[in-house]
Design a protein around this ligand. Structure first.
Ligand code: HEC
Ligand code: HEC
Ligand code: HEC
Ligand code: HEC
Ligand code: HEC
Ligand code: HEC
Ligand code: HEC
Ligand code: HEC
Length: 429
């Protein structure tokens, strides 16, 4: 080959090589997104009009939807909001039959596992509190719209459909945990998965749970925030990897545990569960705490979570002290106070009507407020809740209010319940 010819071949090969680079780069650009480029929402045909109009009337809803995994997967407005003929809450809306409520049953078409677990949890039963002392307090003693906006804002309403197909404003809007939906399903997935982005970060963080799990009678949020775990979550928030899928403690994040970490999320050996009650061994809600039936297995499942970050002795040691605080509270205060109340009702020194006598408020605050603060503080590592919000208030209430008020109604009624050695300092023995 002449020198001319060689130069030609090299040039031709060079052009081919450059050309192939261009093709590769072009294909790359077609299949990958640049770092600043957002993946595009896919608008299915039946939701085109919804998106176009709502982009003007309620742009935030459409923008949040565009941010969701649903939008990327072509799950549009109608996929969730279309009403089936049997849906009593369906109504005509710009030529289509839709419903506002997207119930757990609607989500279950694509998320059956989450639905089943949620339906089997106490969360699903959260609206079934009729007849409890708290219920009488909200409905009668306080009254008015308090229970709808208060209790049922957390627990859930029974949503009623009016004759004209509209939802009864006395029961709607509502995002309570055990909401009873017109299709008979219980709950609201949006209680934790805020619409319309259905962000995993919100569900995994403590604040979504804290909307309901806070306040004087179940201060889990405040307890968490004042624990070292909560401090780490706040300060190291950007290391939590909250949108990772999967999200296994110790593997995908290690900065801090959140409520979801301990109660719902995966460990290397436990899958995610939508029943947050599976890992708790007590129920700390009633006057006297009781162990759950298969409590040892539940405790082991919780310890498995702790052990991704702690040694076995550390975690067991802490939870054993928690158990002993619960036993102590039960024996020294809860059981004697309950015995006194029982004796006063039996002797007709208290009317059967709840909350019409000061002692009934005193007793309620003893177990329902201070008693739970101590127990929850101990369960979730907040010394201040165990001590100053908790046992200090329990002891002060018990010795300076509860006992004197009970003695006034029936002298001697506290004698037997206070016979134990733990009360000798008070009874002068
Ligand atoms: C031409 C405009 C337009 C179109 C098309 C449209 N909407 Fe609406 N939609 C509205 C407006 C305006 C409202 C608020 C009405 C109001 O304020 O009471 C609304 C309300 C709603 C509500 C809430 C109703 C309530 O009682 O709270 C839902 C859910 C809804 N639209 C979903 C959809 C879906 C799904 C589609 C597609 C089938 C759709 N919309 C199509 C304009 C539109
Ligand atoms: C993955 C399911 C899902 C998709 C997709 C979806 N929604 Fe919703 N939407 C919900 C849920 C859940 C609620 C809350 C109702 C409830 O509590 O059951 C809701 C409520 C609404 C409401 C009434 C509440 C409010 O804040 O005013 C409107 C309006 C609405 N959606 C419009 C839309 C529009 C428009 C689209 C499409 C851009 C859309 N939705 C897509 C699940 C969905
Ligand atoms: C038509 C099927 C369908 C329906 C109905 C549906 N989803 Fe989804 N959902 C999906 C798909 C597909 C994904 C994306 C899975 C993936 O990419 O990993 C998803 C993802 C999610 C995620 C994870 C989001 C993330 O950022 O990783 C949540 C949470 C979720 N859905 C909740 C709901 C809730 C709550 C409802 C009902 C209000 C609902 N979905 C209704 C199909 C559906
Ligand atoms: C801020 C949200 C919120 C409000 C408001 C609220 N609750 Fe609750 N309620 C909860 C949570 C969370 C629990 C579970 C606490 C726990 O497990 O420690 C609970 C527990 C209960 C229980 C105990 C359930 C059981 O299985 O033992 C009853 C009964 C109850 N609430 C009734 C009421 C009534 C009645 C009202 C109104 C007077 C009310 N609640 C107000 C969030 C709330
Ligand atoms: C008590 C709060 C809560 C409720 C109620 C709830 N979720 Fe979740 N959900 C979570 C948390 C927390 C995660 C993240 C779990 C993880 O990966 O750590 C999650 C994750 C998911 C995912 C992503 C897949 C996965 O398992 O990680 C889907 C899908 C989902 N939920 C659907 C639903 C549906 C459907 C409902 C209603 C039947 C529902 N959720 C109700 C808290 C909740
Ligand atoms: C480090 C792990 C951990 C974190 C983080 C955590 N919890 Fe707990 N939680 C526990 C333990 C341990 C118990 C008691 C378990 C038992 O009964 O054996 C408990 C008990 C509970 C109970 C049962 C109370 C009762 O009345 O029976 C609720 C409700 C609860 N936690 C909610 C939450 C919420 C909400 C958050 C976040 C604000 C949270 N937890 C954060 C470990 C944790
Ligand atoms: C919309 C309100 C609400 C939200 C949000 C909420 N809960 Fe609850 N939770 C409740 C109520 C009400 C109960 C008590 C139900 C009952 O016993 O009737 C409860 C009970 C529990 C229990 C005790 C379960 C049992 O079997 O005894 C745990 C644990 C718990 N919630 C954890 C969580 C966690 C973790 C989150 C967030 C990922 C969360 N909750 C979000 C309202 C809520
Ligand atoms: C994601 C990791 C992680 C998980 C899961 C976790 N912890 Fe921790 N925990 C930590 C870190 C980190 C600290 C702070 C250590 C320090 O003192 O510097 C801590 C601190 C503590 C403390 C010390 C509190 C104090 O005030 O000094 C106790 C007790 C504790 N954890 C118990 C538990 C128990 C019990 C569990 C399970 C129910 C658990 N932890 C789950 C990471 C975790």
């Amino acid at each position: 080959m002449t020198a001319e010819g060689k130069r030609f071949v090299v040039a031709a090969l060079g052009i081919c090589f450059l050309g192939s680079l261009v093709v590769v780069a072009w294909r790359e650009a077609k299949t990958h997104h640049g770092p600043d480029e957002k993946p595009q929402a896919v608008v299915p045909a039946d939701s085109k009009e919804c998106v176009e109009c709502h982009d003007k009337t309620s742009p935030a809803i459409v923008a949040q939807w565009r941010d969701s995994k649903h939008a990327l997967r072509g799950i549009g407005c109608m996929t969730c909001h279309a009403a089936e003929p049997k849906d009593v809450d369906g109504f005509e809306h710009h030529g289509r039959r839709i419903a506002v409520i997207v119930s757990p049953l609607d989500c279950s078409k694509c998320h059956p596992t989450e639905f089943k677990q949620q339906a089997a949890s106490r969360h699903a039963e959260a609206a079934s509190f009729v007849g409890s002392a708290d219920d009488f307090l909200g409905e009668v003693v306080e009254g008015g719209p308090t229970p709808t906006l208060g209790c049922k804002g957390c627990h859930g309403t029974t949503v009623k459909v009016l004759a004209n197909g509209k939802l009864d404003p006395l029961t709607w809007p509502n995002g309570g945990m055990g909401r009873i939906n017109p299709d008979g399903s219980k709950g609201s997935c949006a209680a934790c998965h805020y619409r319309h982005d259905f962000s995993l970060a919100i569900a995994r963080g403590p604040d979504a749970c804290g909307k309901c799990h806070q306040g004087p009678d179940h201060p889990q949020l405040e307890v968490y925030e004042s624990s070292k775990h909560g401090v780490r979550f706040r300060e190291l928030h950007d290391q939590m990897n909250l949108t990772a899928q999967p999200w296994v403690v110790g593997r995908d994040y290690h900065a801090a545990p959140t409520c979801a970490t301990c109660h719902m999320s995966a460990t290397p050996t436990q899958p995610v569960s939508h029943d947050p009650g599976l890992r708790i061994s007590w129920t700390l809600r009633p006057v006297v705490s009781v162990r759950q039936k298969d409590w040892q297995n539940r405790r082991d499942d919780m310890l498995d979570v702790c052990q991704q970050c702690h040694s076995e002795d550390w975690a067991k040691g802490y939870l054993n002290s928690f158990d002993s605080l619960v036993d102590h509270y039960n024996e020294k205060f809860a059981k004697p106070a309950q015995a006194v109340m029982d004796a006063l009702y039996a002797a007709k020194k208290l009317t059967p009507t709840k909350f019409d006598e000061p002692l009934e408020f005193t007793f309620f605050e003893l177990w329902h407020h201070a008693g739970r603060q101590a127990r929850h503080g101990a369960a979730m590592m907040s010394p201040d809740f165990v001590q100053w919000h908790g046992m200090y208030e329990v002891a002060k209430n018990f010795y300076t209010q509860f006992v004197p008020q009970a003695e006034k109604l029936l002298p001697g009624v506290t004698q037997k319940p206070l016979a134990g050695a733990a009360h000798h300092w008070f009874t002068g023995k």
